[in-house]
Design a protein. Sequence first.
Length: 584
Amino acid sequence: MKEFPGLKILAALLIPLLFCACAVDRPPTGGPPDRSPLSVTSTLPASASVNTSPQTIRIAFNHYVGRNDLSKSIFFAPRIDDYEVSIHGKEADIRLYSPLQQNRTYTLTLRTPLKSLDGNHQLDRSWVLAFSTGPVIDQGTIEGRVWTNRLAPMQNATVMAYNASRSNAVPERRPDYIAQSGPSGEYRFEYLAPGSYRIVAITDNNGNLQFDPETEVFAVAATPTVQTGMAGVGLRFAPEDYSARSLQSCRIINNREIEITFKNAIPARSFELSAIRIENTATGASLPVLGYFSLSRSSEDTTYRILTAPMEDRAFYRLRFSPGDAESQTSELTFSGNAHTERYPELSVSIVPANGADNVITETIRPESGSSIELQCNLPVVESSVKPAVTLSLSEKGQQIPVPFTISRIDSRTFAIVASQGFQHSKDYLVQVKPGILKGLVGEPSKTALVQSRFSTAGPDAYGEISGSGRANAPAVVVEARRTGSEASRRMVAKTDASGTFRFDFHDLPAGEYTIAGFIPSASGAISPMTRWNSGSVAPFAPSDPFAALTITVRGGWTTEDVRLDIPSARRSGPDDAKSPEKP
């Protein structure tokens, strides 16, 4: 057989290529998905090294990371600006071009949300590498927990520490140290220089490590300064300023509906039609605004539908949103009228709970309304027409006993029915609605004569209790119990005795996870359950009202006893460890 030299040459070229392809460094394919979070597996130098002045810092990860994302995540203390990042597989090299100071402790913090190259893995909290150019490394620590204003543990909050010894300690400059809260809201500063610090947390939506009041929320410690070595330094975020909300966009649905989107969420209950004004730009005539609703019936949303009088085709309109008082800023958008006329259906009604429901826990239907049931309409209706259409009665011994109630608006399609004395345990109720009495803002009147729901409420075994005590350096404290995911809370005033001890009890709580919190009011005058917690301020810096919080589980038919809630005074930095054993 005649041989072709070209085959030998081709084989000589292909065989090395095949072996090289097997050695390419790339994420593996196939096999079960790896769901482990992004983490650091090794560093050079090792953390807490002394007498080292590295020109290159090497960090190895358990997943591949991108150079740009890693560069944005790095924070040096003291500040180092002149460095370069390179990636080699799962290892990153940080080449330092700035000379390091002698006998100084340096920390390199990696911030969340640093993600892997494929985007499927993320640091669950900030990570710190520390080393010292001298024989001693700083060992100062400050730790605590971050809470949302609604007392849920807050992950990925950016916590910043400012050395209070500096004359410009007001947090308008770059922080001296940073940390970020983990899944349970916990945070920890490590390797701090000994001293006092001002502690501030922000949502830091843009990652610039500065508080931007128009788009972010803050939390400050309850003391002017915090000493290194302190634990339990709680941070609770301030309530969002709904008066600062502004329009982001609008979309015309038809000649009577506009979908408006805000830059931040707004509670449905606090949405007031008086804050919306629409006028014809040519004539100055106002376009009446008749109703609003959330498509998802959410208690809080960024997007709402606005129902108006019919618009003129091709006319231009100016939409203004002016929340709060006269000092609030007005935002506005311009849009063109729509000629499309919507054919709305017949008005219909549904009730939550549904007819025949058993063991209903009314506190969980619309938690911010307390113990309530809900009326849902498919179309917006006139609010004043709702109560005349509804009757509520208690079924006992074959008789229907009328129950006094109130109607609370969620939005123009959704209403809460609240029994004046609350819904009793283990009782049968009947709610009836005559849809024909409801006045729809659009659509055809309902031809249905009656919609009703017979339901029974849950018994005492579906509810639990909380009993506890604490200490506070104040005449009285406000204590609240808030169920996880709920906007509503149960609040009480607890007075202290001569030793500063107070007691608190909460009854008839639906089973579930709760946050128990207490604070010492700084407000002057009489203290009531409605007294507001003072969140302090960032600039000028002012500490918040001292508070403490912990999470516990409430079980149906059980009393969670011996809950300990010690509230720090202005001279302390955090509450003692809380305990909450459960007893039947």
